[in-house]
Design a protein around this ligand. Structure first.
Ligand code: NAD
Length: 483
Protein backbone atom coordinates (compact mmCIF):
# COMPACT_ATOMS: atom_id res chain seq x y z
CA UNK A 1 0.00 0.00 0.00
CA UNK A 2 1.43 3.39 -0.92
CA UNK A 3 1.24 6.06 1.75
CA UNK A 4 -0.36 9.37 0.98
CA UNK A 5 1.78 12.45 1.80
CA UNK A 6 0.62 14.49 4.78
CA UNK A 7 1.92 17.99 4.26
CA UNK A 8 2.41 20.53 7.04
CA UNK A 9 2.79 24.29 7.09
CA UNK A 10 6.32 25.66 6.65
CA UNK A 11 7.06 28.47 9.09
CA UNK A 12 10.48 29.83 10.09
CA UNK A 13 12.28 26.79 8.72
CA UNK A 14 10.07 24.29 10.56
CA UNK A 15 7.24 21.96 9.59
CA UNK A 16 4.20 22.34 11.82
CA UNK A 17 0.53 21.56 12.08
CA UNK A 18 -2.04 24.33 11.83
CA UNK A 19 -3.16 25.89 15.11
CA UNK A 20 -6.73 25.31 13.92
CA UNK A 21 -6.16 21.55 14.23
CA UNK A 22 -7.88 21.17 10.85
CA UNK A 23 -6.74 19.54 7.63
CA UNK A 24 -8.06 19.16 4.09
CA UNK A 25 -7.34 16.74 1.28
CA UNK A 26 -7.03 16.64 -2.48
CA UNK A 27 -8.47 14.02 -4.79
CA UNK A 28 -6.89 13.33 -8.17
CA UNK A 29 -9.14 14.96 -10.83
CA UNK A 30 -8.34 12.08 -13.21
CA UNK A 31 -9.63 9.26 -11.01
CA UNK A 32 -10.89 10.53 -7.64
CA UNK A 33 -8.06 8.91 -5.63
CA UNK A 34 -6.67 10.62 -2.55
CA UNK A 35 -3.43 12.45 -3.42
CA UNK A 36 -2.40 14.15 -0.17
CA UNK A 37 -3.61 15.95 2.94
CA UNK A 38 -2.65 19.48 4.00
CA UNK A 39 -3.05 21.77 7.00
CA UNK A 40 -5.92 24.27 6.99
CA UNK A 41 -4.28 27.44 8.27
CA UNK A 42 -6.30 30.00 10.23
CA UNK A 43 -5.64 33.63 11.07
CA UNK A 44 -3.18 32.74 13.86
CA UNK A 45 -1.16 30.52 11.53
CA UNK A 46 -1.00 33.32 8.98
CA UNK A 47 0.15 35.65 11.75
CA UNK A 48 2.97 33.25 12.76
CA UNK A 49 4.15 32.96 9.15
CA UNK A 50 4.08 36.73 8.62
CA UNK A 51 5.92 37.35 11.91
CA UNK A 52 8.59 34.88 10.79
CA UNK A 53 8.99 36.59 7.42
CA UNK A 54 8.97 39.98 9.17
CA UNK A 55 11.80 38.95 11.53
CA UNK A 56 13.82 37.49 8.65
CA UNK A 57 13.44 40.78 6.78
CA UNK A 58 13.87 43.25 9.65
CA UNK A 59 16.89 41.48 11.16
CA UNK A 60 18.47 41.80 7.78
CA UNK A 61 20.17 38.48 6.94
CA UNK A 62 18.68 37.94 3.51
CA UNK A 63 18.03 41.54 2.38
CA UNK A 64 21.57 42.57 3.39
CA UNK A 65 23.26 39.95 1.25
CA UNK A 66 24.69 41.24 -2.00
CA UNK A 67 22.81 40.60 -5.23
CA UNK A 68 25.68 38.33 -6.22
CA UNK A 69 25.30 36.20 -3.08
CA UNK A 70 21.54 35.93 -3.52
CA UNK A 71 22.11 35.03 -7.17
CA UNK A 72 24.44 32.18 -6.17
CA UNK A 73 21.77 30.73 -3.88
CA UNK A 74 19.21 30.95 -6.70
CA UNK A 75 21.60 29.16 -9.04
CA UNK A 76 21.95 26.33 -6.49
CA UNK A 77 18.15 26.13 -6.30
CA UNK A 78 18.04 25.58 -10.06
CA UNK A 79 20.43 22.63 -9.73
CA UNK A 80 18.46 21.08 -6.86
CA UNK A 81 15.20 21.53 -8.73
CA UNK A 82 16.69 19.54 -11.60
CA UNK A 83 17.45 16.68 -9.18
CA UNK A 84 13.85 16.74 -7.93
CA UNK A 85 12.27 17.16 -11.37
CA UNK A 86 10.43 13.83 -11.46
CA UNK A 87 9.05 14.03 -7.90
CA UNK A 88 7.84 17.61 -8.41
CA UNK A 89 6.30 16.83 -11.81
CA UNK A 90 4.45 13.81 -10.42
CA UNK A 91 3.02 15.75 -7.49
CA UNK A 92 1.96 18.54 -9.83
CA UNK A 93 0.28 16.09 -12.18
CA UNK A 94 -1.57 14.12 -9.49
CA UNK A 95 -2.95 17.25 -7.82
CA UNK A 96 -3.76 19.48 -10.77
CA UNK A 97 -4.48 16.88 -13.45
CA UNK A 98 -1.72 18.29 -15.68
CA UNK A 99 -0.26 15.83 -18.20
CA UNK A 100 2.90 14.41 -16.64
CA UNK A 101 4.88 15.27 -19.75
CA UNK A 102 3.83 18.93 -19.42
CA UNK A 103 4.53 18.87 -15.67
CA UNK A 104 8.10 17.75 -16.40
CA UNK A 105 8.45 20.68 -18.83
CA UNK A 106 6.93 22.98 -16.23
CA UNK A 107 9.67 22.09 -13.74
CA UNK A 108 12.11 22.91 -16.55
CA UNK A 109 10.50 26.35 -17.02
CA UNK A 110 10.79 26.91 -13.26
CA UNK A 111 14.49 26.07 -13.38
CA UNK A 112 14.88 28.70 -16.10
CA UNK A 113 13.19 31.26 -13.82
CA UNK A 114 15.82 30.63 -11.13
CA UNK A 115 18.65 30.88 -13.67
CA UNK A 116 17.24 34.09 -15.13
CA UNK A 117 16.81 35.92 -11.83
CA UNK A 118 20.20 34.71 -10.56
CA UNK A 119 21.62 36.93 -13.31
CA UNK A 120 19.15 39.77 -12.68
CA UNK A 121 19.97 39.75 -8.93
CA UNK A 122 23.65 40.20 -9.69
CA UNK A 123 22.94 43.13 -11.97
CA UNK A 124 20.60 44.95 -9.57
CA UNK A 125 22.28 48.37 -9.75
CA UNK A 126 21.51 51.88 -8.59
CA UNK A 127 22.41 55.25 -10.14
CA UNK A 128 24.85 57.96 -9.09
CA UNK A 129 24.46 61.64 -10.05
CA UNK A 130 27.42 63.99 -9.44
CA UNK A 131 25.25 67.12 -8.98
CA UNK A 132 27.86 69.74 -8.06
CA UNK A 133 31.39 69.72 -6.56
CA UNK A 134 29.74 69.57 -3.11
CA UNK A 135 26.70 67.37 -3.73
CA UNK A 136 25.57 64.15 -5.31
CA UNK A 137 22.48 62.03 -5.66
CA UNK A 138 22.08 58.25 -5.32
CA UNK A 139 19.13 56.17 -6.48
CA UNK A 140 18.94 52.74 -4.85
CA UNK A 141 16.48 49.89 -5.37
CA UNK A 142 15.58 48.68 -1.90
CA UNK A 143 13.71 45.41 -1.28
CA UNK A 144 10.08 46.22 -0.45
CA UNK A 145 9.85 43.89 2.56
CA UNK A 146 7.53 40.95 3.23
CA UNK A 147 5.82 39.69 0.09
CA UNK A 148 2.53 37.76 0.30
CA UNK A 149 2.33 35.53 -2.79
CA UNK A 150 -1.03 33.97 -3.70
CA UNK A 151 -1.06 31.51 -6.59
CA UNK A 152 -3.48 29.44 -8.71
CA UNK A 153 -3.61 25.70 -9.53
CA UNK A 154 -3.18 25.63 -13.31
CA UNK A 155 0.65 25.84 -13.36
CA UNK A 156 1.28 25.77 -9.61
CA UNK A 157 5.08 25.60 -9.56
CA UNK A 158 5.94 27.91 -12.42
CA UNK A 159 3.34 30.53 -11.40
CA UNK A 160 4.87 30.43 -7.93
CA UNK A 161 8.44 30.78 -9.21
CA UNK A 162 7.42 33.82 -11.30
CA UNK A 163 6.80 35.52 -7.94
CA UNK A 164 9.09 33.89 -5.36
CA UNK A 165 12.26 34.05 -7.40
CA UNK A 166 12.25 37.80 -8.22
CA UNK A 167 11.11 38.45 -4.62
CA UNK A 168 14.13 36.55 -3.27
CA UNK A 169 16.41 38.08 -5.89
CA UNK A 170 15.35 41.54 -4.70
CA UNK A 171 15.99 40.69 -1.03
CA UNK A 172 12.35 40.33 0.09
CA UNK A 173 11.09 37.63 2.42
CA UNK A 174 7.99 35.64 1.54
CA UNK A 175 4.77 34.05 2.75
CA UNK A 176 3.35 31.89 -0.04
CA UNK A 177 -0.32 30.79 -0.17
CA UNK A 178 -0.91 28.23 -2.95
CA UNK A 179 -4.29 27.16 -4.30
CA UNK A 180 -5.92 24.44 -2.19
CA UNK A 181 -6.29 22.38 -5.38
CA UNK A 182 -2.51 22.01 -5.85
CA UNK A 183 -0.38 23.08 -2.87
CA UNK A 184 2.18 20.23 -2.90
CA UNK A 185 5.04 21.66 -4.94
CA UNK A 186 4.90 25.02 -3.12
CA UNK A 187 5.59 23.05 0.07
CA UNK A 188 8.21 20.81 -1.57
CA UNK A 189 10.07 23.91 -2.74
CA UNK A 190 10.71 24.83 0.91
CA UNK A 191 13.19 21.91 1.32
CA UNK A 192 14.96 22.85 -1.90
CA UNK A 193 15.35 26.51 -0.95
CA UNK A 194 16.62 25.59 2.53
CA UNK A 195 19.18 23.17 1.12
CA UNK A 196 20.37 25.84 -1.33
CA UNK A 197 21.03 28.29 1.52
CA UNK A 198 17.83 30.32 1.94
CA UNK A 199 17.75 30.91 5.70
CA UNK A 200 14.84 30.12 8.03
CA UNK A 201 11.96 32.58 7.87
CA UNK A 202 12.79 33.85 4.38
CA UNK A 203 10.34 31.46 2.67
CA UNK A 204 7.20 30.42 4.57
CA UNK A 205 4.16 28.53 3.25
CA UNK A 206 0.62 28.50 4.57
CA UNK A 207 -2.16 26.38 3.07
CA UNK A 208 -5.91 26.86 3.35
CA UNK A 209 -8.91 28.51 1.71
CA UNK A 210 -8.48 31.79 -0.14
CA UNK A 211 -11.45 33.38 1.60
CA UNK A 212 -9.90 32.86 5.06
CA UNK A 213 -6.13 32.14 4.91
CA UNK A 214 -5.64 34.17 1.70
CA UNK A 215 -7.67 37.11 2.93
CA UNK A 216 -5.86 37.08 6.33
CA UNK A 217 -2.57 37.33 4.47
CA UNK A 218 -3.78 40.28 2.38
CA UNK A 219 -5.10 42.07 5.49
CA UNK A 220 -2.07 41.44 7.68
CA UNK A 221 -0.33 44.75 8.48
CA UNK A 222 3.06 42.98 8.50
CA UNK A 223 2.81 42.24 4.76
CA UNK A 224 4.21 44.98 2.52
CA UNK A 225 2.95 43.76 -0.82
CA UNK A 226 0.65 41.17 -2.32
CA UNK A 227 1.16 39.51 -5.68
CA UNK A 228 -1.83 37.45 -6.78
CA UNK A 229 -2.44 35.29 -9.81
CA UNK A 230 -6.08 34.30 -9.99
CA UNK A 231 -9.43 35.20 -11.45
CA UNK A 232 -10.86 38.69 -11.75
CA UNK A 233 -13.32 38.39 -8.92
CA UNK A 234 -10.51 37.32 -6.57
CA UNK A 235 -8.44 40.27 -7.81
CA UNK A 236 -11.24 42.66 -6.91
CA UNK A 237 -11.66 41.08 -3.45
CA UNK A 238 -7.94 41.42 -2.84
CA UNK A 239 -8.00 45.08 -3.94
CA UNK A 240 -10.81 45.79 -1.48
CA UNK A 241 -9.05 43.95 1.37
CA UNK A 242 -5.76 45.76 0.67
CA UNK A 243 -7.31 49.21 0.35
CA UNK A 244 -7.42 49.91 4.09
CA UNK A 245 -3.62 49.77 4.25
CA UNK A 246 -2.96 51.22 0.79
CA UNK A 247 -1.03 48.01 0.23
CA UNK A 248 1.09 47.55 -2.86
CA UNK A 249 -0.47 45.02 -5.27
CA UNK A 250 0.43 43.13 -8.42
CA UNK A 251 -2.46 41.27 -10.05
CA UNK A 252 -2.21 38.69 -12.83
CA UNK A 253 -5.82 37.92 -13.72
CA UNK A 254 -7.86 36.36 -16.47
CA UNK A 255 -7.86 36.62 -20.25
CA UNK A 256 -9.99 36.12 -23.37
CA UNK A 257 -7.28 36.25 -25.98
CA UNK A 258 -7.94 36.73 -29.68
CA UNK A 259 -6.05 34.53 -32.15
CA UNK A 260 -6.41 36.35 -35.51
CA UNK A 261 -5.90 34.50 -38.80
CA UNK A 262 -5.69 36.40 -42.11
CA UNK A 263 -6.29 34.77 -45.49
CA UNK A 264 -2.58 34.90 -46.42
CA UNK A 265 -1.48 32.88 -43.37
CA UNK A 266 0.04 29.40 -43.44
CA UNK A 267 -3.26 27.68 -42.73
CA UNK A 268 -1.85 24.32 -41.63
CA UNK A 269 0.29 25.96 -39.00
CA UNK A 270 -2.41 28.42 -37.96
CA UNK A 271 -4.98 25.62 -37.51
CA UNK A 272 -2.54 23.46 -35.61
CA UNK A 273 -1.66 26.27 -33.18
CA UNK A 274 -5.29 27.43 -32.92
CA UNK A 275 -6.21 23.97 -31.59
CA UNK A 276 -3.19 23.85 -29.28
CA UNK A 277 -3.90 27.35 -27.98
CA UNK A 278 -7.24 26.21 -26.56
CA UNK A 279 -6.92 22.45 -25.99
CA UNK A 280 -3.45 22.32 -24.39
CA UNK A 281 -3.78 21.98 -20.62
CA UNK A 282 -7.52 21.47 -21.28
CA UNK A 283 -7.93 25.22 -21.91
CA UNK A 284 -7.01 26.05 -18.30
CA UNK A 285 -4.41 28.61 -19.31
CA UNK A 286 -4.74 32.34 -18.71
CA UNK A 287 -3.36 33.07 -22.21
CA UNK A 288 -5.56 30.45 -23.93
CA UNK A 289 -6.51 31.47 -27.48
CA UNK A 290 -10.21 31.15 -26.67
CA UNK A 291 -11.41 33.44 -29.49
CA UNK A 292 -10.38 32.45 -33.01
CA UNK A 293 -10.93 35.41 -35.36
CA UNK A 294 -10.90 34.20 -38.97
CA UNK A 295 -10.95 36.25 -42.17
CA UNK A 296 -14.21 35.50 -43.99
CA UNK A 297 -12.66 34.15 -47.22
CA UNK A 298 -10.84 31.31 -45.39
CA UNK A 299 -13.44 30.65 -42.72
CA UNK A 300 -14.70 27.27 -44.01
CA UNK A 301 -11.25 25.96 -44.80
CA UNK A 302 -9.73 26.91 -41.42
CA UNK A 303 -12.76 25.77 -39.44
CA UNK A 304 -12.65 22.32 -41.08
CA UNK A 305 -9.01 21.92 -40.03
CA UNK A 306 -9.62 23.07 -36.46
CA UNK A 307 -12.65 20.77 -36.08
CA UNK A 308 -10.62 17.85 -37.43
CA UNK A 309 -7.90 18.66 -34.87
CA UNK A 310 -10.51 18.79 -32.07
CA UNK A 311 -11.80 15.35 -33.03
CA UNK A 312 -8.29 13.91 -33.16
CA UNK A 313 -7.26 14.91 -29.59
CA UNK A 314 -6.68 11.91 -27.35
CA UNK A 315 -8.28 12.80 -24.01
CA UNK A 316 -7.28 10.69 -21.05
CA UNK A 317 -5.11 9.86 -18.06
CA UNK A 318 -2.51 12.60 -17.42
CA UNK A 319 0.13 9.95 -16.61
CA UNK A 320 -0.30 8.20 -19.98
CA UNK A 321 2.31 9.50 -22.47
CA UNK A 322 -0.20 9.01 -25.31
CA UNK A 323 -2.67 11.47 -23.77
CA UNK A 324 -2.98 14.87 -25.47
CA UNK A 325 -5.63 16.47 -23.26
CA UNK A 326 -6.15 15.93 -19.54
CA UNK A 327 -9.28 16.27 -17.37
CA UNK A 328 -10.50 19.55 -15.92
CA UNK A 329 -9.26 20.35 -12.43
CA UNK A 330 -12.52 19.80 -10.53
CA UNK A 331 -16.20 18.99 -10.73
CA UNK A 332 -16.98 22.69 -10.24
CA UNK A 333 -14.84 23.56 -13.26
CA UNK A 334 -16.63 20.87 -15.30
CA UNK A 335 -20.00 22.35 -14.35
CA UNK A 336 -18.80 25.84 -15.31
CA UNK A 337 -17.67 24.61 -18.72
CA UNK A 338 -20.92 22.71 -19.39
CA UNK A 339 -23.00 25.73 -18.33
CA UNK A 340 -21.13 27.94 -20.82
CA UNK A 341 -21.72 25.33 -23.55
CA UNK A 342 -25.47 25.45 -22.87
CA UNK A 343 -25.40 29.25 -22.91
CA UNK A 344 -23.56 29.21 -26.26
CA UNK A 345 -26.23 26.97 -27.77
CA UNK A 346 -29.07 29.07 -26.32
CA UNK A 347 -27.56 32.30 -27.64
CA UNK A 348 -27.45 30.87 -31.17
CA UNK A 349 -23.82 29.82 -31.72
CA UNK A 350 -23.33 26.62 -33.75
CA UNK A 351 -21.73 23.74 -31.82
CA UNK A 352 -19.47 21.96 -34.33
CA UNK A 353 -17.33 19.76 -32.04
CA UNK A 354 -17.56 18.33 -28.53
CA UNK A 355 -19.72 20.09 -25.96
CA UNK A 356 -20.24 17.10 -23.68
CA UNK A 357 -18.73 15.43 -20.65
CA UNK A 358 -16.83 12.29 -21.63
CA UNK A 359 -18.13 9.06 -20.15
CA UNK A 360 -17.34 5.40 -20.58
CA UNK A 361 -14.20 3.34 -20.12
CA UNK A 362 -11.36 5.31 -18.54
CA UNK A 363 -13.51 8.39 -17.89
CA UNK A 364 -15.71 7.04 -15.05
CA UNK A 365 -14.10 8.83 -12.14
CA UNK A 366 -12.52 11.93 -13.68
CA UNK A 367 -13.68 15.38 -14.85
CA UNK A 368 -13.24 14.80 -18.58
CA UNK A 369 -14.80 16.97 -21.27
CA UNK A 370 -14.52 16.78 -25.06
CA UNK A 371 -12.54 19.40 -27.04
CA UNK A 372 -15.27 21.85 -28.03
CA UNK A 373 -15.65 24.26 -30.94
CA UNK A 374 -18.43 26.81 -31.53
CA UNK A 375 -18.83 28.49 -34.93
CA UNK A 376 -20.87 31.60 -35.82
CA UNK A 377 -20.08 33.20 -32.47
CA UNK A 378 -20.96 36.90 -32.15
CA UNK A 379 -18.99 39.34 -29.95
CA UNK A 380 -21.91 39.88 -27.54
CA UNK A 381 -22.35 36.19 -26.64
CA UNK A 382 -21.18 34.95 -23.23
CA UNK A 383 -18.80 32.43 -24.87
CA UNK A 384 -17.09 35.35 -26.67
CA UNK A 385 -16.88 37.55 -23.58
CA UNK A 386 -16.21 35.35 -20.53
CA UNK A 387 -13.06 33.47 -19.63
CA UNK A 388 -14.36 29.88 -19.58
CA UNK A 389 -11.06 28.25 -18.49
CA UNK A 390 -11.85 25.07 -20.36
CA UNK A 391 -11.34 23.58 -23.86
CA UNK A 392 -14.04 25.68 -25.56
CA UNK A 393 -13.10 27.57 -28.73
CA UNK A 394 -15.29 30.41 -30.05
CA UNK A 395 -14.87 31.07 -33.78
CA UNK A 396 -15.74 34.58 -35.02
CA UNK A 397 -15.40 36.01 -38.53
CA UNK A 398 -13.93 39.35 -39.68
CA UNK A 399 -13.78 41.21 -42.98
CA UNK A 400 -10.62 43.33 -42.90
CA UNK A 401 -7.79 44.47 -40.63
CA UNK A 402 -9.78 47.22 -38.93
CA UNK A 403 -12.63 44.81 -38.23
CA UNK A 404 -10.19 42.22 -36.80
CA UNK A 405 -8.63 44.77 -34.43
CA UNK A 406 -12.03 46.11 -33.37
CA UNK A 407 -13.29 42.62 -32.50
CA UNK A 408 -10.03 41.63 -30.78
CA UNK A 409 -10.34 44.68 -28.53
CA UNK A 410 -14.04 44.12 -27.77
CA UNK A 411 -13.23 42.54 -24.39
CA UNK A 412 -12.56 43.74 -20.87
CA UNK A 413 -9.43 41.58 -20.83
CA UNK A 414 -6.00 42.40 -22.26
CA UNK A 415 -3.64 39.58 -21.42
CA UNK A 416 -2.47 38.16 -24.77
CA UNK A 417 -3.26 37.60 -28.43
CA UNK A 418 -1.80 36.50 -31.75
CA UNK A 419 -1.91 37.22 -35.46
CA UNK A 420 -1.20 34.91 -38.41
CA UNK A 421 -0.27 36.53 -41.72
CA UNK A 422 2.48 36.54 -44.34
CA UNK A 423 2.51 40.35 -44.28
CA UNK A 424 4.91 41.39 -41.52
CA UNK A 425 4.00 45.07 -41.72
CA UNK A 426 0.36 44.18 -41.11
CA UNK A 427 1.35 41.78 -38.34
CA UNK A 428 3.20 44.55 -36.52
CA UNK A 429 0.33 47.03 -37.02
CA UNK A 430 -2.12 44.53 -35.53
CA UNK A 431 0.26 43.61 -32.69
CA UNK A 432 0.47 47.29 -31.74
CA UNK A 433 -3.24 47.96 -32.12
CA UNK A 434 -4.50 45.10 -29.94
CA UNK A 435 -4.57 46.09 -26.28
CA UNK A 436 -2.73 43.20 -24.66
CA UNK A 437 0.43 42.70 -22.59
CA UNK A 438 1.76 39.83 -24.74
CA UNK A 439 1.28 39.31 -28.47
CA UNK A 440 2.54 36.58 -30.79
CA UNK A 441 3.14 36.82 -34.54
CA UNK A 442 2.84 33.54 -36.48
CA UNK A 443 3.16 31.53 -33.26
CA UNK A 444 1.20 31.06 -30.06
CA UNK A 445 2.01 30.66 -26.40
CA UNK A 446 5.79 31.00 -26.15
CA UNK A 447 7.11 32.56 -22.95
CA UNK A 448 10.68 33.82 -22.71
CA UNK A 449 12.29 34.79 -19.42
CA UNK A 450 13.66 38.04 -20.86
CA UNK A 451 10.22 39.37 -21.91
CA UNK A 452 7.94 40.81 -19.22
CA UNK A 453 4.51 39.22 -18.80
CA UNK A 454 1.32 40.86 -17.54
CA UNK A 455 -2.04 42.30 -18.45
CA UNK A 456 -3.63 45.41 -19.91
CA UNK A 457 -7.15 46.42 -18.86
CA UNK A 458 -8.90 44.05 -16.43
CA UNK A 459 -6.26 41.35 -16.91
CA UNK A 460 -4.46 43.10 -14.07
CA UNK A 461 -1.40 45.20 -13.45
CA UNK A 462 2.24 44.69 -12.59
CA UNK A 463 4.68 42.56 -14.54
CA UNK A 464 6.36 39.19 -14.05
CA UNK A 465 9.57 37.91 -15.69
CA UNK A 466 11.88 40.20 -17.69
CA UNK A 467 13.76 42.66 -15.53
CA UNK A 468 10.42 44.44 -14.94
CA UNK A 469 9.44 41.83 -12.30
CA UNK A 470 11.97 43.54 -10.02
CA UNK A 471 9.79 46.68 -10.01
CA UNK A 472 7.21 44.75 -7.97
CA UNK A 473 9.69 43.72 -5.29
CA UNK A 474 11.92 46.80 -5.04
CA UNK A 475 11.26 50.39 -4.07
CA UNK A 476 13.39 53.24 -5.45
CA UNK A 477 15.07 55.31 -2.77
CA UNK A 478 16.69 58.68 -3.50
CA UNK A 479 19.58 59.82 -1.30
CA UNK A 480 20.78 63.44 -1.47
CA UNK A 481 24.39 63.79 -0.35
CA UNK A 482 26.20 66.96 0.72
CA UNK A 483 29.96 66.31 0.89
P1 NAD B 1 -8.68 31.83 -7.90
O1 NAD B 1 -8.83 33.30 -8.04
O2 NAD B 1 -9.86 31.03 -7.51
O3 NAD B 1 -7.56 31.48 -6.82
C1 NAD B 1 -6.25 32.01 -6.93
C2 NAD B 1 -5.65 32.07 -5.54
O4 NAD B 1 -6.31 33.08 -4.79
C3 NAD B 1 -5.80 30.78 -4.73
O5 NAD B 1 -4.63 30.55 -3.97
C4 NAD B 1 -6.98 31.10 -3.84
O6 NAD B 1 -7.00 30.32 -2.66
C5 NAD B 1 -6.74 32.56 -3.54
N1 NAD B 1 -7.91 33.34 -3.12
C6 NAD B 1 -9.20 33.14 -3.44
N2 NAD B 1 -9.98 34.07 -2.84
C7 NAD B 1 -9.17 34.88 -2.14
C8 NAD B 1 -9.38 36.03 -1.31
N3 NAD B 1 -10.59 36.53 -1.10
N4 NAD B 1 -8.30 36.62 -0.75
C9 NAD B 1 -7.07 36.14 -0.96
N5 NAD B 1 -6.81 35.04 -1.73
C10 NAD B 1 -7.85 34.42 -2.31
O7 NAD B 1 -8.08 31.34 -9.28
P2 NAD B 1 -7.77 29.84 -9.73
O8 NAD B 1 -9.07 29.18 -10.01
O9 NAD B 1 -6.83 29.20 -8.76
O10 NAD B 1 -6.96 30.09 -11.07
C11 NAD B 1 -7.60 30.35 -12.29
C12 NAD B 1 -7.61 31.84 -12.59
O11 NAD B 1 -6.28 32.33 -12.54
C13 NAD B 1 -8.11 32.15 -13.99
O12 NAD B 1 -8.95 33.27 -13.97
C14 NAD B 1 -6.85 32.47 -14.76
O13 NAD B 1 -7.02 33.30 -15.86
C15 NAD B 1 -6.02 33.10 -13.72
N6 NAD B 1 -4.61 32.98 -14.10
C16 NAD B 1 -3.96 34.11 -14.54
C17 NAD B 1 -2.64 34.03 -14.93
C18 NAD B 1 -1.90 35.26 -15.39
O14 NAD B 1 -0.70 35.23 -15.41
N7 NAD B 1 -2.57 36.34 -15.73
C19 NAD B 1 -1.98 32.82 -14.88
C20 NAD B 1 -2.66 31.69 -14.44
C21 NAD B 1 -3.98 31.79 -14.04
Amino acid sequence: MTTVPQFQLHVEGEWRNALTGETFSRLNPANGELVATYQRAGKDDVDCAVQAARRAFDLGGWPDRSGNERGQVLRRCAQLLEQQREALARQESLESGMRLEVARMEVGWSIEVFEHFAVVARGLAGRFYPLSPQSAGLVLHEPRGVAGLITPWNFPLSQLTWKVVPALAAGCTVVAKPSSLAPGTTLMLAEILAEAGVSAGVYNVITGPGASAGQALVEHPGVDLISLTGDNETGQQVMRAAAGQTKRLALELGGKSANIVFADADLDKAADFAAGAIFNRCGQVCTAGSRLLVQRSIHDELLARVVAAAHSYRVGDPLDPETQMEPLVSEAQLQTVLTFVQQGIQEGARLVAGGQRLTGAGYERGWYVAPTVFDQVLPGMAIAREEIFGPVLSVLTFDDEADAVRQANATRYGLAGAVWTADLARALRVARAVHAGTFWINQYGTIEMELPFGGFKQSGFGRELGSEAMWEYTEPKSIHVRM
